[in-house]
Structure formats: C-alpha cells, structure tokens
Design a protein around this ligand. Structure first.
Ligand SMILES: Cc1cc2nc3c(=O)[nH]c(=O)nc-3n(C[C@H](O)[C@H](O)[C@H](O)COP(=O)(O)OP(=O)(O)OC[C@H]3O[C@@H](n4cnc5c(N)ncnc54)[C@H](O)[C@@H]3O)c2cc1C
Length: 462
C-alpha cells in the first residue's frame, strides 16, 4: 500500500474534472490537486460530444442563461489567450420549421429573449421590422465581430437566399447567434496543460473507497492494476460523469439523477450536400420518415418494423465537422430518450444511421441522394446524466469535504468552465455568483422550487 497526500482529489478526468483542476490550480492557487481517472482523459463521454455551445436557453430558466453566458465569456477569454487553440467558432444554431404554429412559438420565444442579446425580426414586406438591421450570415471561422442575440427569418425570399439547401417547406428560421462549436479535446488538453503547470497531477486508477474521520473526508483509495494508493485529503470532488452515483455511493449517498442514451453518426458527405460554411442546423418539427410506397408496405407487414411508420420527434440536427475542404458531417437525433442504466460500451442501434439520415433529409432534401447507398457511417455516443429539471450539480455534498460536479447532461462541454468556476468558489470560500443556488443540491429541499419546476415544459435539450 502506497500513501500520499493531496489538498484536493478529483475523481474523473472528463471535461468537468479537468475544468475543476484548472480553476482550482490556475485561478485559485490551490497547490496540490490530484486528478484520478481509470480511463484516458476525456475518453468516456467528453470525446463523444457534438462540441457545440449556445447561450440560447429560452423559457423560465434565467439561471441557466446566466451560467451559460458566463461559460461562453470564459471560452472566449481562453480562446483569445491561446490564439484560439481550440478553434472556437460562432456560426450560430439555426432552428427551422415548416409548422405555422411552431413559427409563432419561435417568434414569441425570440421576442421574450431579452436577456440573450438583441432580437432582429426579418419579416416579408409589410411586416413591422423590429430592427432596421439586415440579416448578416455567420462567418465560417472565428468568433469575433459577430452579431449577438437572435435573428428570426420569416421572409421566404430571405430564407431561400441564405438557406437554399433547406426544405422549400421551411417557413421560419430562428438563428441564435452566440452559439457555435469548438474542439472539446483541444480545450480539455489546454486546460489540463495549464493545470499541470500550476501543480496538478494525474493519478491513473479507480477510486474505490472514501474514508471519513470525525464525519469528514479524510482518505481516498485509488486502485491501480497491481497496487492500491491511499491519498490523505480533506477534499474530494465527484466528477465521475455517468458514474457519478456509483462514486456517490462510496459516501453512502444517492444523487437525484437519471441517464439517457444519445448517439451521433458521422459520414463523408462526398456529394457536398451540406455546405461547409453551414451553421448547426436543427429541424424542430415532428415528422414521419420518408419511405417509398414499397418500403412502407414492407415495414407495415411486421410488428417489429411498424414503429418506423409512426411519427418521430423533432430535433434531428447536423453540422459540418472539420475544415472547409473536409467532407465529414455529424448527424444526431434523440428519437429514444427513455431513462437507461449506463452500460459501456454503449449498446448498438444498427438502425440509427439510416433513420437519422432519413429524418435529416426532411430538413435537407438533397441528403436523399444517399438513401440508396449511404457512405460508411461511424457511430458513437454516450449518456446524458441529468437532473429532473436539467440543471447541473455544482455544490457541496452532505458529507463535509465532499463535492459534486455532475449531471452536465447534453451541455457539459459548453457549461464546464462556469460550472467548475462555481465549484472552485464553493471550495475556497470565494464569493458565489447569484446563480449558485440554482445548481446546488439543496434546492430540492425547497417546496416552492419543486412546485415551480414541476410547471416547466420539457428540458429544451437537443
Ligand atoms: C452524443 C452526445 C452529444 C453531445 N453534444 C454536446 C454538445 O454539443 N455540447 C456540449 O456542451 N455537450 C454535449 N454533450 C454532453 C457532454 O459530452 C457531457 O455533458 C460531458 O462530456 C460530461 O463530462 P463529464 O466530465 O461530467 O463526464 P465524462 O466525460 O464521462 O468523465 C467522467 C470520468 O470519470 C471517470 N470515472 C468514473 N468513475 C470513476 C472512478 N470510480 N474512478 C476513477 N475515475 C472514474 C470516467 O472514467 C470518466 O473519464 C454531448 C454528449 C453526448 C453523449
């Protein structure tokens, strides 16, 4: 048995644990931070992400908007400091619809989105423009000099001019502007390098026990292949991603979270159907998949395949991946989001590439060219670990000295910097931001809060 010491031990080297190590060492000056992971850094969930970010969180959750805007402030600050090493872009998120009711909903959401920047309404002649500003398409590279807020395009001619590759049925486009994507791997490596330069160290292995002394965290056991290491430490951070409850159990705790499976497929768009400068594109409408007559009859024939003729939910989305001369595109669609127990590797869904391609062709009809022969797809994915109202956890745990940074759901890469900053403030006793209570486990003890979130519709999660 080897024994060592640390000021703080972080369990989990995904984006959450790495961002915590960065804030604690670089920004708070904690000298000895130990990061423990049984896998290579960032390899369980954090490298499966679409790597997109947005400050567009319409609805009642103002705390989420504040947290996310703070996180994007930090992303931009680090992008500037690192000569944009992690390729932060700002092409925006484009939500498209062919449904008049949804278009009206988009308009209402845009008009109420006053804390997300300016709102620019682009209506056909005769509409009263909210702003005299013309619609400015996003730049393909970089993140500076771009509009803020949101553009709502309701003018069919304008939609056709800028989004000719979208379905001619499209009647409204909401383009949220403080959004885009970046390399999560590069961001993670940049943060980890900075943390290491400020004293952080990696201890490969699995956290198997947390011992208390006088009711406080005192010692953590890390099991390596051939030996166990005992780490004397007063502070333990649970940043174990989808395994956050397995690690919480080492402290006798159970966190109020659940998991959803989310997959992503990529393939080479060798016909160049999706322009390389495209933003992230989301089709908002529920739909029935496009099958020809013969296929429909064949699918209707068996109870096993009949569900493929039923309506599928909205939210299928895509973006180009890589450089302007690349061909890879990413496709995602969470058409099954029932809670699931994490199993690794993720169980296969052989139909996922074809169903997602067909669903996406409703928004981008040119993709139907791949129905006969889809380019070889690559599928990966992981688990969204979520709380019931889809707000993450960044707070102390009921055991003194123990903390959690988890339940980062489908927005962990974009939220990690602000969530970890908040956690570091809890740990070192710095002033907490006003949104801190919204991400604290103790919120669930507040009956008024429970009643409030019960009325929130959906999680607005892709
Ligand atoms: C398909 C998909 C698309 C996504 N798209 C986006 C997106 O566009 N934008 C966005 O912001 N987010 C996105 N996300 C979400 C994002 O990827 C996650 O929120 C984030 O990666 C979670 O990071 P984490 O550090 O909490 O967990 P993880 O990355 O899973 O890291 C947890 C780590 O803890 C380690 N660990 C667990 N238990 C132990 C133990 N006992 N001992 C030692 N180590 C342990 C694991 O080995 C793992 O490395 C997406 C997720 C998926 C699945």
């Amino acid at each position: 048995m080897t024994v060592t010491t640390a000021d703080i031990l972080i369990c989990g080297g995904g984006i959450a644990g790495i961002a915590a190590a960065y804030h604690l060492t670089v920004r708070q000056g904690v000298p000895r931070v130990l990061l423990v992971d049984e896998r290579p850094l960032l390899s369980l969930t954090s490298d499966k992400s679409t790597e997109a970010y947005r400050n567009w969180w319409p609805g009642p959750d103002a705390a989420m908007r504040r947290l996310m805007n703070r996180s994007i402030d930090l992303l931009e600050e680090l992008a500037r400091a690192s000569h944009n090493r992690f390729l932060l872009s700002r092409r925006g998120y484009v939500y498209a619809t062919a449904d008049p009711q949804r278009a009206a909903g988009m308009k209402a959401a845009a008009l109420s989105a006053t804390d997300m920047g300016d709102v620019r309404l682009h209506e056909p002649d005769g509409g009263a423009p909210l702003s005299a500003c013309p619609y400015i398409p996003a730049a393909a590279e970089g993140f500076t000099g771009q509009p803020d807020g949101v553009d709502l395009l309701l003018d069919p001619a304008l939609i056709r001019r800028h989004f000719s590759y979208l379905s001619p049925q499209t009647i409204a486009i909401l383009h949220a502007r403080r959004c885009g994507w970046f390399s999560g791997q590069q961001l993670g490596m940049y943060l980890w390098e900075q943390a290491r330069q400020h004293g952080a160290e990696l201890l490969p292995g699995r956290v198997t026990a947390v011992q208390l002394a006088q009711g406080r965290v005192a010692r953590v056991t890390v099991q390596q292949e051939s030996r166990a290491v005992d780490v004397n430490t007063a502070i333990f951070i649970n940043a174990a991603g989808p395994l956050v409850n397995e690690v919480a159990a080492l402290l006798g705790l159970e966190l109020p979270i659940f998991h959803e499976r989310h997959r992503k497929v990529s393939f080479r768009d060798h016909l160049g159907i999706l322009p390389r400068h495209a933003p992230l594109l989301i089709w908002e409408d529920a739909q029935r998949l496009p099958w020809n007559q013969e296929e429909q009859e064949w699918l209707a024939d068996s109870a096993d395949t009949r569900w493929l003729l039923e309506p599928f939910p909205g939210g299928v989305h895509t973006r180009p991946e890589g450089s302007s001369d690349g061909q890879t595109i990413l496709l995602l669609w969470a058409y099954h989001t029932a809670p699931a127990t994490p199993i690794f590797p993720l169980p296969a869904d052989p139909l996922f590439p074809e169903l997602t391609l067909r669903g996406l062709s409703t928004m981008i009809p040119g993709l139907a060219a791949y129905f006969e022969q889809m380019p070889r797809p690559y599928v990966d994915g992981g688990y969204y670990t979520k709380t019931r109202e889809n707000r993450l956890l960044s707070c102390p745990l009921p055991v003194p000295g123990a903390y959690v940074l988890g339940a980062l759901s489908g927005y962990g890469l974009m939220a990690a910097l602000a969530a970890a900053e908040l956690l570091a403030a809890h740990i070192v006793g710095a002033a907490l931001p006003d949104y801190a209570p919204a991400f604290d486990l103790r919120r669930y003890q507040d009956v008024a809060y429970l009643q409030e979130i019960a009325g929130w519709a959906g999680s607005l999660q892709l």
